[in-house]
Write a protein that binds this ligand. Structure first.
Ligand SMILES: Nc1nc2c(c(=O)[nH]1)N[C@H]1C(S)=C(S)[C@@H](COP(=O)(O)O)O[C@H]1N2
Ligand SMILES: [Mo]
Length: 557
């Protein structure tokens, strides 16, 4: 390769070797670590594109982090980042990897062998994390191993130009084509240098290798994306035709949705793309309809297994409107949503398969290993409980549990709404603690009565005078009979309720109030149809769901 260097006029006093101090050598070493990590991750993702996306070390390590994260931190992440909690986690994991990589690069400068050891250690962590995942077969370690190998090669290649003995840098000058000595000196000044310890920095070599490493990482990453697409089930889902249910959802009364007339109220139905999402899955499980099986084990007449066609083909499918709620929802929070679900009636299905009278708990298992323990009694007796296959007129969205999930009205999702459901084990509460219960959450999770102010938004300023205060309230299976609003220290005033659709749905409410200019405190409380007035006693979401009244400050001007 010929390199022509336009030598600028020599700077007086500038000697070859300047700018190659220890500081810049360390910076390049750290950069070498980062680039090696990029190569490692690219290679790992590429192999994960063959083995399966859940075997990616970033996913596996992030997943292990979720499993090991204390509940208070998980609760914080869910309530702070909401559906973006996984994005935050992956970003956090990548940041830790980056810091680790910087350290490995610096370590590698001192001893390349130690650097390689650092990478091997990281690959080992990734491999163990991937192997211990529920979907992790023996191949799950491959991406981490391949990533570590590629990362080690990249690190050594990148460190070489930074750790050459000084004499070798001089080689090209002696053996290379004859040239203008001054130019060669300049080149060495710009592209290479010798530090005090007599180690040469071959900058040109380093940046060339860096370019190659970066390119390799990018190509591997791009290839990984393409390969990992093969696992997506979006197309197979699109090809499914949702069956027509035998029993349709009851018709909605006129004016059922206040959102049509009042700005800012949560719509009666939550669109699938807006529906809150809470789960521990970093990569959304992709279950092919043809591969799907639902197996019944434990206290049933006999162990049985059903295909998706078995469930889609049933003659007793029901369509129902149900509001789902998360136990992690804070007072005033948005972890609740309403959809029109289609599914197999759960009680009938369980009876038909002879669920044992001694069973108190159904341990529902997701393909990603999540376990959700639902009370057998509720599964049998709560009207409209179902194995859901449809959501708002479509097959279940992949993030919401495609192809089958459970829904039991009146119970928080963590004890009822298992997504990507693949096994139901009829057992007892004594015999098994499901995932969240093992982490201290209550074993039974009835949804607490709640009311939320949707509009005005907290701390909002608006013109003094008449203004709608509105929102939603829920007490699934019981229904809402009353919502009252209090402004400052005034009396509790009855809000107007939207027509009742079903006890399993939230109910919108509105109160038009005359706000005098100034700051105001607005509170809301709901009463269920069986007479429970929402308590003012505050409780955190952990361990059994939040209680307390939603109160906001507003500013009328
Ligand atoms: N497989 C699986 N199912 C799961 C969960 C999960 O983490 N994994 N989370 C549960 C919780 S805590 C809730 S609130 C609901 C949320 O359902 P959504 O994401 O469809 O709103 O799913 C439940 N089902
Ligand atoms: Mo939840």
């Amino acid at each position: 390769m010929t390199i022509s260097v336009q030598a600028p006029a020599p700077v007086p006093g500038a000697a070859p070797g300047q700018g190659g101090g220890r500081g810049s050598r360390r910076a390049l070493g750290a950069l070498a670590g980062l680039l090696a990590a990029a190569v490692a991750l690219g290679a790992a993702e590429l192999v994960a594109g063959v083995v399966g996306p859940a075997s990616s070390p970033v996913v596996a390590v992030g997943d292990a982090a979720i499993t090991l994260t204390p509940e208070w931190l998980k609760q914080f992440a869910i309530s702070t980042f909401g559906a973006n909690d996984k994005v935050a986690l992956v970003a956090g994991t990548l940041m830790v990897i980056a810091l680790y990589a910087l350290a490995v690069g610096l370590l590698g400068l001192r001893s390349p062998r130690l650097g390689v050891l650092g990478i091997a250690l990281f690959g080992g962590i990734g491999a163990v994390a991937a192997l211990t995942r529920p979907e992790g077969g023996p191949l799950a370690a491959l991406p981490s191993v391949a990533g570590a190998a590629a990362g080690a090669v990249a690190l050594l290649a990148l460190l070489a130009p930074l750790t050459r003995p000084a004499t070798s840098t001089a080689e090209p000058a002696r053996n290379g084509p004859p040239g203008d000595e001054r130019v060669i000196d300049r080149m060495r000044g710009m592209l290479g240098s010798v530090d005090r310890k007599g180690t040469a920095i071959d900058r040109r070599g380093f940046f060339l290798t860096s370019g190659v490493a970066l390119g390799a990482a990018a190509v591997a990453g791009g290839g990984a994306r393409l390969l990992q697409r093969r696992f997506a089930v979006a197309q197979a889902r699109d090809d499914l035709v949702l069956p027509v249910p035998a029993s349709r959802a009851p018709a909605l009364p006129a004016g059922a949705d206040l959102a049509e007339t009042i700005d800012g109220v949560t719509p009666l139905f939550s669109a699938n793309r807006d529906f809150y999402r809470v789960d521990t899955a970093i990569v959304v499980p992709q279950v092919r309809p043809a591969d799907y099986r639902l197996s019944l084990t434990g206290m049933f007449d006999s162990a049985r297994s059903f295909t998706l066609a078995d469930l889609y083909g049933r003659a007793d499918l029901i369509e129902r409107d149900i509001t789902l709620t998360c136990v992690s929802n804070e007072v005033g929070g948005t972890l609740a949503g309403t959809a029109r679900w289609i599914g197999v009636p759960l009680g009938a299905f369980l009876r038909e398969n002879g669920v044992g009278p001694g069973s108190t708990q159904l341990v529902c298992r997701s393909v990603d290993g999540m376990t959700i323990g639902a009370p057998t009694r509720s599964a049998l007796d709560v009207g409209d409980a179902m194995l859901a296959i449809g959501m708002n007129g479509e097959p279940l969205p992949v993030e919401h549990g495609f192809p089958v999930r459970m829904i039991i009205p009146g119970l928080y999702g963590y004890v009822s709404a298992c997504k990507w459901l693949t096994r139901i084990e009829a057992t007892t509460f004594e015999a098994y603690d499901a995932y969240w219960v093992e982490r201290g959450w209550a074993a039974d999770g009835p949804i607490k009565i709640a009311a939320r102010i949707d509009t005005p938004a907290p701390l909002r300023a608006f013109p003094a005078g008449r203004r709608a205060v509105a929102g939603v309230a829920w007490a699934q299976t019981r229904g809402i009979s009353r919502v009252e609003v209090q402004v400052d220290d005034g009396d509790w005033i009855d809000a107007e309720l939207a027509p009742e659709v079903d006890a399993d749905l939230w109910r919108q409410w509105v109160l038009r109030h005359d706000f005098a200019a100034g700051r105001h405190t607005v509170s809301v409380r709901a009463t269920s149809s069986d007479g429970e007035v929402q308590t003012d006693t505050r409780a955190d979401p952990f361990p059994a769901g939040a209680s307390g009244r939603h109160t906001i400050q507003v500013d009328a001007r």
